[in-house]
Design a protein around this ligand. Sequence first.
Ligand SMILES: [Zn+2]
Length: 375
Amino acid sequence: MASIVDLGVMGQTAVARNDVDPAATPARARRATGPIRALDANALASDRPESLSALMATHRSVDVSKMRAAAFLDVQDQIEKVKLAAIEAGSGWKSVDACPLCGSRSRHPELVKHGITLVGCDQCDLRYGAQIPAVLDDVYKNPAYASYSKEDNDEHYNYRRERFGRERVQILERHCGSLADKRLVDVGCGNGYFISVARESCPQTFGTEFSDRMRKFATAKTGLPIFSEGLDQLPETGFDIVTLFDVIEHIPDPNPFMAAIDRILNPGGYVLIYTPNFDSFGVRVMGARHSVVDPTEHVLLYTMPSLRFLAARFGYQIVYRETAGLDVQSIISMHDSTGTPRPEFLTSWTNEIQAMVNASSCGDYARILLRKPAI
Ligand SMILES: [Zn+2]
């Protein structure tokens, strides 16, 4: 078997090697040299790293102290109680009887948090609240809730910009080519850290943000056009790239939302989505204690199969997908919150375990890049 693979794949590589500068050949082809050709031939079937060393060479750690309060889960619990009180004092909850993505009524209970049941769709794998806030502004327009947000300070902005903004631009450049002549809009741009980096390679960068406070902060920081309007009322359209970071889990009805994205996107354009991955190691361990399980805001929670369903529904091609999470850090936070000792194994090997979880598509954040058909 190995020799057949050798003849078919390695033969072409050998020819290419004579004609092409090795430094300019793709990494896959460069790996297919040396004495262990049969093993390398197997490696050609996948872009996955071949070893833990190779995996760690590409893993980038996250300094959670720059992003989360010391008693992160306790703080989140307090915020959720403020939001729950605001919903109760406002318009209350409404029932959701069918899957908002595929319409199926076949579902199973997944877990309960704050008395709200999160259910799993048996057809498309989406998780959704069996009840959601009847009026979302009860949460988002609540002044007490807004005061908890820590995203409009310089330290938070600068760390996110360097750690995540640059990485996201690199993902776009790797898969979409040069951004120099493309038009990009970041929907729900928050404090603007991503668009501030994107503009360096993509001069035609725009943002949208509902929150007046965040929009003012982002406008002051970037000087870029940031719209307060919904997608159907945007003053600009005809974008080549739409980015949605931590957005779609807040949207109760994903089909009209994606239809609106489709209308502002040019044929052949791209949609980059970052959203929590419910079917992850972190959620498996922590259940309702995980920070992504928040029925007041995260009215839907996706998995890779449900994201694939979303792409297929709109006829979009999946260009790239992976998971990259904070599963291990979150599990450590859970021990801090309950007052139990941090597991020494997790604190010693945080990056290695997280890198392996990510590489197994089990990280608690999903990233997926979709492409709209060219015509
Ligand atoms: Zn469904």
